[in-house]
Every structure is written in structure tokens, then in C-alpha cells.
Design a protein around this ligand. Sequence first.
Ligand code: SF4
Length: 487
Amino acid sequence: MRRNLGIKMEAALLEQERSNSLSVEEGMGTCNACKQCAPLGACVVFKGIEGALPMLHGSQGCATYIRRYLISHFREPVDIASSNFSEETTIFGGNRNFNSGINNIISQYHPQVITIASTCLSETIGEDIHRLIFEYKSIHEVNKDLPEMIFASTPSYQGTHYEGFHEAVCAVVKALAKGDKKFGSHINLFSNFISPEDIRHLKEIVSDFSINAMVFPDYSDTLDGVSWRTYQRIPEGGTRVSALKKSALASFSVELGYILNAVCKNGRIKTRSLSQSAGEYLQTKFNVNLCRTGLPVGIRETDKFFQLLSSISDRSIPLKYERQRGRLIDLYIDGHKYVSGKKTIIYGEEDLVVALASFAAEIGIKLLLCATGGESGKLESTLRDVLGDMYSNETIVGQGMTFEQMEGVVTKSGIQPDLMIGNSKGYYIARKLRVPLIRVGFPIHDRIGAAHNKLLAYEGTTLLFEQIVNALLESKQRRSSVGYKYM
Ligand code: SF4
């Protein structure tokens, strides 16, 4: 298999020489993918709903893997129920396990909402989970206190954790939003896969514009809570179900991210309903205005976000943020000599890569490779649009990439980067190349504090810029035979 991968890699690299844009070929083996599984993304969204308990319809191993991944990133307990498929369930169907799983969740957790994601196994055997929910509700209709039950279809072979995340956002809105054509003064802010600290920061920003916003998903407390005296089975916090129901009555939906869950170019995802985002659904079904902008990282993308909030609220940008912007520009001036002309590899979820690339380009860092495990087919065109004349045709854009391929690109090109920006999974490449890794995104398993990573807006960019400059200085000090005390 490895030999085969090597041959395919050669082919991919030849193709790269022609177009500078890489993608995984159909049927190619995958080693160390630059992505996670789709229900994992869905579970993050489910943790952002008040009173919700996630359940996976599939085998126990899927829930265990996802819990392990989320716990070691967020450093919080994460309960995820499972319908525990066995050999028999796999052959004859999982309705009995589904029903007993729901019964156990209701009796032990008393949730407001049970959020259900499918797994590779339940999708492969063709489980009709909408029907299972319908039948369960029909049998138990005498129980008026049944929780809401929401289903997101998330087979991992048709999408990454990023698509699973957006599929879940849309599924929740589709299940709960109700409208009667009287638009309110509130907005929906679909905040994308960001850290709990960034969710808090976004809430602070919209509040400073006096905007009444439903931020979804809001896992800022559920995945980054306080210390408890007694264990809480469902932690406090999350977007309220009542607010989600009113999302159809909002005056605007704001979505952060240009790509979100776009349809895959090569057609692999065409069989799914993944092409629609929550904002697009609300626009089509309830006429809620949709505004989309990128994740606000760097001056240019943050300016766009603040201009949007200013026009929605009809208020000028608060002085507090003008000052933060001014301090960030001053910092750029102070630090430009350390970053200008440096070369980097950026990888992660597509919209995060776009945001980080835009920031890196505006501070003069050259983009050697922009890589993602996603396969929307939109990364390169979005980078060109967002970066404009800062985009370089020399940048290699890799979609559907593995970490092995990323390493292969560096080896083949013979160009040594000065740093890498991405999640912990790329650490071994950074270690081999002896360059600093700036940890952003998901997962961050080899450091603590991932939940507190502030990346967004002027303040988040300030922290990121300082982190990058200091990592480069540290690297230079380590490599120097004499060392520097003053740089
Ligand atoms: S089997 Fe599929 S859903 Fe389960 S952990 Fe693996 S990739 Fe995820």
C-alpha cells in the first residue's frame, strides 16, 4: 500500500508541476489524513445547544474515539451516547438499540434535546434514522415531555469533521426554526468551528454594537466550563432552543466562512444534502437576509467583519475596536522586519486556511503550501478571491491532503519553510524540519489551553502575530552558535 502511495504521490507531484494545485486521486490510500471524522464535527455543534445530549447511531468505538479527541483538546468531560452496534445489529438493523439508547438517555440525562449523528456503519447499512425517530415518537406520543430529537447525516466517507460540523448546524436549524413572517430585530451569527474563547469574543463584539445576536453553536461554557463540586451530566450553557426556533424570524444571518459545506467538486459528496448551509436554508425557506464574510483574522478580514456589523447595526465602530486596530497596526510596524519574506506552510479546515493565509500574506509571509483535508474544490479559487493581488501563483494549494503528502511536497520542492501554522497533527513534520509550529485550530493535543486560543478580530490577530514573531526569534536564538540577547 505504501509503495502504491509513493507512485500516486509521484503522479500528484507531476500534476503539481503543471498546475500548482494538488488533490487526492480517487481510490488512493490515505495515511495520516489532514482531517477528522464527520460525526466528531457534529458532536462539537451538539455540545453548543443548551440541554443537549449527543448520541451516535453506530458502534461504541466511534463514540469512544470522538470523546477521546474532544476531551484531549478541550480538557473537559464530554458525554456522548452510542447505540452500540453489534454484529447482529449490523446485519438486521439498529432499531432496537436505537430505542433502548434513547430510553436510557431520557431516564439518565433528562435532556431538552437529543442530537443524533449517523456513523459510517449505520449509513453503510442504510439505516433510516428519520424513520427511527418518527417511530419512537409515535410509540411514546403519550409522553408529552419527550425531548426534541434532531438528526444529522454524517458518514465520514463522504466528508470531513468540517462538513460534519456544518451539516449539524444546518440540521439543527432545519429541525427547530419556525417562522410566521414577523421579522425581529435580532440576527443569527453562525460562528463556524472556533475556540470557546473566540465565541466569547464574538459575543462581546456584537454586544458592543448593541446587536441582539443568536450565536450558534455556542459551546463557550459547555466545552470550557468552571470547576464543579459535583459532576454535571449536561453542563450549563449553549444556544437556547427557543433562540434557535426564532432563527427563522431574524433580520439577518451572518455566516463566518466562505466555503463552509460547499459541494465537492469531484462529485463524491453529491449524493448528500451537504450543499446547503444554515444561512442558505433560512434565506431560501424564510427569506432571512444572508451575509457571509470570512473568519476575521488579520486586518483586512477583520475590517470586513466590523464594517458588516456597523452596517447591520447602523452604528459606527466602537472606539475600543478602533484602538485595538491601531495597536495591531503599530505592532505590525514593530515586528515586520522579523516576519517579512519568511516562508510558511498553513494547513487545517478550509476556511481557517483562507483566514490564516490572508493574514500571513498581509504581514509579508510567503505561502509555500496551503493544505487541507477538505475536498470542496473551492480552496484555491477562494484563496485567489480573498488574497487578491497578494496571491502568488507559486503557492501550492493542496486539497484532500494527508500529512504524508504535505511532507512529500516540502521534500520534493527542496524549499525549507521557516514555520508551520496549523494543528498538533503536523507536529512531526515541524520537528523533522526543525521549524516552529504555531498551534491553531483543531486538534491541539500536545499543549494545554486550546479552548483559550484567541485568534479572531484585532485582539486575536495581535496574539497570533506576537506568537509568530516570538517563535521565529526563539528559533533563531536556538540555531545561533553565539546566541542573541538583543534582537
Ligand atoms: S467508523 Fe467512521 S464514524 Fe466511526 S470513528 Fe471511524 S470514521 Fe468516524
